[in-house]
Design a protein. Sequence first.
Length: 112
Amino acid sequence: MSKANKLLAIKLIHTIIWAIFVAVIFYVLYTGIMNTVTMYTWIGIGLIIGEGMILLIFKMSCPLTVLARNYSDSQKDNFDIFLPNWLAKHNKLIFTSIFLVGLAVAVYRTLT
């Protein structure tokens, strides 16, 4: 398999995983807002916290980004994922903020 095909495969897998985590983040927010916090909300929260721990271990880079570096010299923020460059650049800030709001609302709903 060529370098280009390997990078394409990584980008596709990375994008799918990213979309799943974004869905989980919005699920956490939704269940908090709708006051329908369940065990699944807490599982989602655990998944996102686990993802955050992996990012910390890899010095704030996704392991797929580290792997993709072997197949590209691009300095663009979206070289390893099918996202607009601006979104790839600000991805962690945007979705961490949304997650923290969802987490706060879920905790509030659970405690009240």
